[in-house]
Design a protein. Sequence first.
Length: 77
Amino acid sequence: MLITLVQGCGALISASVVDLHHPLSYRWHYLDNAAVTLASRAFFATPWKCGHVDHLENVSGATAAGSDGGLVVVRDR
């Protein structure tokens, strides 16, 4: 529901910005959209330190990247 709401608001904003008599307004609209998309991707691509686990070990002491794979999950009660 929220995605649909945001898309509707974006359509209303873009309709108010773009002028049919000035084709350059379309170009500015697409460049604005690209800048916002790149900024959001840069924000979400930054590494977050909060909640990061450096080294995972199971009960037997083997690392999570070991050769056991899914057997570690099945054996864990």
